[in-house]
Design a protein around this ligand. Structure first.
Ligand code: GTB
Length: 217
């Protein structure tokens, strides 16, 4: 039995690769592991069968036999540890790549999420207008640091790794903000990630949920 992942039956971005099942799909595509997808409505995500898989009633989850995982980063790390291709072979480089995975999720992504939340859910607040430039400047601090760390290299640690997969996906959330354009090496980095055949297969599979009509709730 291939592993089963969960995804939105009806994603707010209409399958444009922003929901976090994209990370899991991309990782599985990179390592050549076939998988099945269980599509869930927002109601089903909060019902007992899914809450047994995910304590917060979210997607994505990953099931492989007796193993049930939640948290996209933990799932990607699990896949990377069990298959070749997503972590460097040497111990030092491997530890560095895992550190960058945590950096993507714990240091770079949070201010980006704050901006998304402000734009989507806090627009009507009296302080919304004043808060946006503050949030954008916080992101600029992280992007500047990341840009410096990446420098002229293609990927964060040696060749492409799970660290790049998570970082590129987190950065994609800035599309349309203009912020990435201020850091040409980061724009090129995201484009490089998106040009990978495995990324394209994962993206097309997520988009197909909508174009095939299965995404209608
Ligand atoms: N830390 C967890 C992880 O990385 O797995 C966060 C999981 C998470 O936020 N899941 C979201 C979810 O299930 C979907 S990915 N939300 C429903 C809920 O909490 O009830 C976040 C997401 C959703 C939609 C878009 N979009 O349409 O642009 C982008 C990202």
């Amino acid at each position: 039995m291939p592993p089963i992942i969960t995804a939105f039956a009806s994603s707010p971005d209409r399958g444009r690769g922003l929901a976090r099942d994209m990370r899991v799909r991309w990782a599985l595509e990179e390592v050549g592991q076939p998988y099945e997808v269980r599509l869930l409505s927002f109601r089903e995500m909060k019902e007992a069968p899914h809450l047994a898989r995910h304590p917060f009633g979210q997607i994505p989850t990953y099931e492989d036999g007796d193993l049930v995982l939640f948290e996209s980063g933990a799932i990607v790390l699990h896949i990377a540890e069990r298959h070749a291709g997503l972590l460097p072979a040497g111990q030092t480089a491997r530890a560095r790549a895992i550190a960058w995975m945590f950096a993507a999720l714990g240091t770079v992504e949070p201010p980006i999420l704050d901006l998304s939340t402000a734009r989507l859910l806090e627009r009507d607040k009296p302080w919304a207008e004043a808060r946006l430039p503050i949030l954008m400047d916080r992101i600029r601090v992280r992007l500047g640091e990341l840009s410096k760390a990446l420098g002229g290299r293609d990927w964060l640690v040696d060749g492409f790794s799970a660290a790049d997969l998570l970082m590129v996906h987190a950065l994609r959330r800035l599309e349309g903000s203009g912020l990435l354009d201020e850091y040409p090496n980061l724009s090129a980095y995201v484009a490089r990630g998106q040009a990978r055949p495995a990324y394209k297969r994962a993206f097309d599979a997520q988009l197909a949920v909508f174009t095939d009509g299965a995404g209608a709730d």
